[in-house]
Design a protein around this ligand. Structure first.
Ligand code: B12
Ligand code: SF4
Ligand code: SF4
Length: 314
C-alpha cells in the first residue's frame, strides 16, 4: 500500500492493519479505573471511558484501521544533568500531535480521495486505547511498565492510527498477536523512583507517576509523588524505558542539531533556567515554546516542576 520511499519520507518505521473493532484489554482498563489508579486523569474516568471499548463508539463507520509507529530516538544528555522526555526533543522539538497528523494527512489523503474512503486520524486525543489497537495489529506486547514494546523498535515510538470505513486485503502485513518478551525481567519496576509500576498488572498507578505529575497535574498538585523532587525529570519521564533491555539498541540523535528547547532547559544550570523563566512573560514563553510539547503546561507548570527539583538540592 505504501512504498518504502513514502515510509522513509514520513519517518514511519513500522505499520500494520487490523479489522478488530473491540479493544481486547477493556476489562483491564475498567478495573484500573475502578481501583483508582487513573489519579487525576478525569478524561479517562468520565463518560468517555466506555467509548474506549469499541471503535464504532468513536467512528461509527469503522471497518478497519492502519496503525503506524513513529520512533523518536533517545535524546542526547544536556550539560545540567536534568531531563526532558525524549519525545519532547524528538520530532525536531515540535509537538508530535501536529507533526504526525500532518504527515499522515499528507500520506493518506490522496489515497482516501482516490478510493473514496472516509477516515479519521487518531493520535492521543480520541477516546481510544491506542496501545491496544497497536497490540491487536500485531505491533508489540504490553511491557510490565505498561508501554507497548516492539522487538525491533523497543518502546521509543509514538502510535498514530487511521480509522477507515473500508476494508483492505493485504498480503504483506500479519495480524499475529505478539507474545510477552519481558520474561522474568523487573528492571523497570526496580528503577521507577516513585514505585508507580504495579507489579504483575502491566499497569501503573498514574497518581504516583512522574510523567503524569509533570505533564498533566500542573494545576492541582503542588508537592508531587514521593521521590519526584530527588529525580532529574523536568517534564515527562523515561526512566522505565531507559532501563528496558529492549531499548538498549535504540539510537540516540547524537548527530542532529540541538533544539531550542534542549538548549534552554538542559544546557544551562537549572537555577539559571528558573531565573530566566521568572523574568519571561507567559506570552514570551509561548512565543518561544508554543510549537513544543511544553505548551501543554505553559510557563507556570514547568516552573512548578523546576522549583521542586531545586528545593531538593538546597
Ligand atoms: C493517559 C496516558 C498517560 C498517563 C497514564 C499512563 C498509562 N500507563 O496509562 C500518563 C500521563 C502517566 C502517561 C505517561 C506516559 N505516556 Co502516555 N498516554 C496516555 C493515553 C492518552 C491513554 C492511556 C490509557 O488509556 N491508559 C489506561 C490504562 C488502563 O492503560 P494501561 O496502563 O496501558 O493498561 C493496559 C495494559 O495494562 C493492558 N494489559 C494489562 N494486562 C494485559 C494482559 C494482556 C494479555 C493484554 C492484551 C493487555 C493487558 O490493558 C490495559 C488497557 O489497555 C495514551 C494515548 C491513548 N489514547 O491511548 C498515551 C500513551 C500511552 N502514552 C505514551 C507515552 C509515550 C507516554 C510516556 C512515555 C511519556 C513520557 N516520556 O513521559 C509516559 C510513560 C509512562 C508509562 N510507564 O506508561 C504513548 C505510548 C507509546 C508506547 N510505546 O506504548 C501513548 C500510546 C501515546 C501515543 N499516541 O503514542 N500517559
Ligand atoms: S514514567 Fe517514570 S515515574 Fe512513571 S512509571 Fe515510568 S519510571 Fe515510574
Ligand atoms: S524493563 Fe523488563 S520488565 Fe520492564 S518492560 Fe522492559 S523487558 Fe519488560
Amino acid at each position: 500500500m505504501f512504498s518504502s520511499e513514502q515510509l522513509k519520507k514520513f519517518g514511519i518505521e513500522l505499520w500494520s492493519y487490523t479489522e478488530e473493532v473491540e479493544a481486547c484489554s477493556y476489562s483491564e482498563y475498567a478495573s484500573w479505573i475502578a481501583k483508582g489508579y487513573a489519579g487525576g486523569l478525569n478524561y479517562l474516568k468520565d463518560n468517555r471511558a466506555l467509548q474506549r471499548k469499541n471503535l464504532r463508539h468513536v467512528f461509527p463507520d469503522f471497518q478497519s484501521a492502519l496503525v503506524f509507529l513513529f520512533p523518536y530516538g533517545k535524546s542526547t544528555p544536556g550539560t545540567n544533568g536534568y531531563h526532558l522526555a525524549d519525545y519532547v526533543v524528538g520530532f525536531g522539538g515540535q509537538d508530535y500531535h501536529q507533526v504526525l497528523k500532518k504527515k499522515l494527512t499528507e500520506l493518506f489523503h490522496p489515497i482516501a480521495k482516490d478510493e473514496n474512503i472516509k477516515y479519521q486520524i487518531a493520535i492521543d486525543i480520541l477516546p481510544i486505547l491506542e496501545r491496544d489497537l497497536a497490540y491487536r495489529s500485531g505491533l508489540g506486547w504490553f511491557g510490565k511498565n505498561s508501554l507497548l514494546i516492539n522487538k525491533k523498535l523497543g518502546s521509543y515510538f509514538m502510535i498514530a492510527s487511521i480509522l477507515m470505513d473500508k476494508k483492505f486485503s493485504f498480503q504483506e502485513t500479519t495480524t499475529t498477536l505478539e507474545v510477552d518478551h519481558c520474561g522474568h525481567c523487573t528492571a523497570c519496576i526496580d528503577a521507577c523512583p516513585t514505585k508507580a509500576i504495579l507489579p504483575n498488572l502491566r499497569q501503573i498507578d498514574a497518581s504516583m507517576c512522574i510523567s503524569n505529575f509533570t505533564i498533566e497535574l500542573f494545576h492541582s498538585d503542588k508537592i508531587g509523588p514521593t521521590g519526584y523532587a530527588e529525580s532529574k525529570e523536568i517534564f515527562g519521564c523515561d526512566i522505565c524505558q531507559t532501563v528496558c533491555p529492549w531499548n538498549q539498541k535504540v539510537e540516540s540523535g547524537h548527530d542532529r542539531e540541538l533544539t531550542e528547547v534542549e538548549n534552554f532547559f538542559l544546557n544551562q544550570p537549572l537555577d539559571i533556567v528558573y531565573a530566566e523563566l521568572s523574568k519571561m512573560s507567559k506570552r514570551e514563553f509561548l512565543r518561544r515554546f508554543a510549537s513544543t510539547s511544553l505548551a501543554r503546561t505553559g510557563r507556570d507548570g514547568v516552573m512548578r516542576n523546576i522549583e521542586l527539583l531545586l528545593t531538593s538540592k538546597e
